[in-house]
Design a protein around this ligand. Structure first.
Ligand SMILES: Nc1ncnc2c1ncn2[C@@H]1O[C@H](COP(=O)(O)OP(=O)(O)OP(=O)(O)O)[C@@H](O)[C@H]1O
Length: 590
């Protein structure tokens, strides 16, 4: 019998499933606590004879066997982050702590004719993107500088072990599960072995590979299609520090135009330190240290080993102690991509972008925008080239970074094949991502249709509701909504990625619903409209489809820079989708 057709996200394994890793150690799966574009994160425990405790210290990341990201991540942990080598490093450098999660094992599994790869690792806590979201995109200066120093330590360790991370951002920084003062750099799915066996990659620009990474922060080398290196990681970190201090970056408004982002970053780097100093939002949050940091990074040659101690010294104003993620004092972030009315945001952003660019108006062209915006928001905003026609809804809710499509990987337990794997791994690294594949709807003004105006009214009302709704963490939000859904007897059966039925790729709402009804063999399209919406509520992954339904602006307002729907907003968004889907469904049916 042919195995069932696979989607990118694995069909979940049942609660209590036992996995055996390559060291013959057994792991019991608990409930799912997270979901990426290709993988699920389960609570897990090595005590297989009893259910997994809610406060367990382990998680298991699960992907289909032939997906690339987990394979790359595994290789990183196996080669560069062995617990013993990290312990030695920490001792020799007299560090209190090194923020790299511990890898506990990995292996393969088979269930219902499907093959999986898994990795057991430390359980982590909240990611820092959450704090930014509730603090208008900013952090206190002492916290930013302290984080900067800790991340320089982490980068020095991984750089000395032949790897670069290449995707540093708040969404990939997570608090410790037990100790919120310990911050870990997670997600090594895009990490790159820049110096295999001590041989540094050559500098080679390749326009076809250009603009790889998370658009806000990716390095100028990556914009030019040059393989990631140590200086690139440090430049990415510098852009992150600047963002966290100011709540915005000069290129926030042109993120969908990679060439414009590259131009703005080049200008910023060319005009250091003034270009960065003048972005300070207040004296307390002055950007002088970040300007000096980026200035030093600019002096580095492609293959040059950075002076990490010097970089830490440049950020040394921070006081060691507890990290403080409370809202910084002083003016609100002027162009945070979150938590603000887009009108306000736009006005403020013009000022900031203008300053960063000198006298020139922000890279923003109404005509061009309108041209772009008049087109329907279709597959071109998905992340990564559309490899398969049946690309599904849940793939579009992921971060902006590109991912390789399914590639067959050899079993990494076979050391003899390591070199072959390395080649394969290099081959499989994410390739250039053309601007047209960038996920996210156009941002900015557009001509208003009647539907736009109606949608705005709907969203304004929910924005008001939003202010009185208490903030919840991502986990509790997900848990709560999943359990609501389960308590209705659905058990995630119709949730994207959790069953054999996948919502169809972008289409009209009516055809989407009808197609879902046909493929699932269930009920009427009307039921499916409702279920699609619930899927959206639970997973916050209905962005792409809703992009085709809602106005660009309303959708843009609901996104964080990570590209995810902000959790409380996801709920509202689901409701909005119901309305829009329903209206269009009725209209199409008449
Ligand atoms: N070690 C961990 N402990 C606890 N939660 C985790 C851990 N790793 C990841 N998560 C949670 O699971 C979610 C999915 O993580 P994952 O690394 O698979 O994907 P992602 O980084 O969100 O997306 P992408 O597919 O772009 O990598 C994360 O957003 C995070 O909330």
């Amino acid at each position: 019998m042919a195995p069932p057709k696979k989607s990118a996200l694995p069909k979940p394994l049942p609660d209590g499933f036992i996995l055996t890793d390559t060291e013959k150690k057994k792991w019991r799966l608990g409930r799912v606590i997270g979901q990426g574009g290709f993988g699920l994160i389960y609570l897990a425990s090595p005590h297989v004879d009893r259910p997994v405790a809610a406060d367990t210290d382990f998680v298991i990341k699960l992907e289909y066997h032939d997906n690339g990201p987990l394979f790359s991540e595994l290789k990183f942990y196996q080669r560069a982050a062995k617990p013993e080598s990290m312990r030695k490093w920490t001792r020799s450098r007299k560090l209190d702590f090194l923020g790299i999660p511990t890898y506990w094992g990995s292996g393969l599994a088979e269930y219902n004719n499907l093959r999986y790869r898994f990795m057991a690792m430390d359980r982590l806590g909240t990611d820092l993107q959450k704090f930014l979201e509730s603090n208008a995109g900013r952090m206190k200066k002492a916290t930013v500088l302290q984080l900067g120093q800790e991340l320089v330590d982490v980068l020095e360790y991984i750089h000395e072990n032949e790897y670069v991370h290449a995707d540093i951002k708040a969404a990939n920084l997570m608090q410790g599960h037990r100790d919120p003062d310990q911050i870990y750099l997670a997600d090594y799915g895009l990490s790159y072995r820049y110096c295999p066996d001590g041989h540094h990659k050559e500098y080679k620009e390749s326009p076809k590979k250009g603009h790889n990474g998370t658009m806000e922060y990716t390095s100028l080398d990556a914009h030019k299609g040059v393989d990631p290196s140590r200086r690139g990681d440090l430049q990415i970190l510098g852009f992150c520090l600047l963002h966290w201090l100011c709540g915005s970056l000069p290129w926030d408004k042109v993120l969908k135009y990679p060439a414009h982002v590259q131009e703005a970053k080049t200008k910023l780097m060319d005009n250091l330190p003034d270009s960065v100093k003048q972005l300070s939002v207040s004296r307390e949050s002055s950007t002088d240290e970040v300007a000096a940091f980026l200035l030093y990074v600019k002096t580095l040659n492609y293959q040059e080993k950075p002076n990490y101690q010097h970089l830490k010294d440049l950020l040394s104003r921070a006081v060691r102690g507890r990290l403080d993620f409370s809202r910084p004092e002083g003016p609100a972030a002027v162009s945070s991509t979150r938590g603000q009315d887009p009108g306000t945001r736009e006005k403020q952003n013009v000022g900031r972008a203008g300053r960063a660019r000198g006298a020139k108006a922000p890279v923003r062209d109404e005509e061009q925008d309108d041209g772009m915006r008049s087109k329907p928001v279709l597959a071109q905003y998905r992340r990564g080239p559309p490899s398969q026609k049946e690309e599904v809804l849940h793939e579009v809710g992921r971060s902006l970074r590109p991912r390789r499509g399914p590639v067959t990987y050899v079993d990494d337990s076979d050391e003899e094949q390591e070199e072959e794997e390395d080649d394969e791994e290099d081959e499989a690294r994410p390739r250039a991502i053309a601007a047209c594949y960038l996920r996210g709807p156009p941002i900015g003004p557009r001509s208003q249709s009647k539907q736009d105006t109606e949608n705005k009214v709907i969203f304004r009302k929910w924005d008001e509701d939003e202010r009185v709704r208490p903030q919840r963490t991502q986990y509790s939000h997900l848990d709560c909504e999943c359990s609501d859904w389960r308590s209705q007897g659905h058990h995630g059966r119709h949730a994207p990625g959790a069953h054999g039925v996948q919502p169809p790729a972008t289409s009209t709402p009516a055809s989407m619903a009808t197609s879902l009804a046909t493929t699932s063999g269930r009920g009427s399209s009307w039921d499916c409209v409702r279920e699609l919406t619930v899927c959206g509520i639970i997973y916050g992954r209905i962005v792409q489809t809703s992009s085709t339904l809602c106005t660009d602006q309303t959708t843009a307002r609901l996104r964080g820079s990570s590209g995810r729907l902000l959790p409380p907003i996801a709920l509202n968004f689901g409701v909005a989708c119901t309305t829009i889907l329903t209206e269009e469904f009725i209209r199409d049916s008449l």
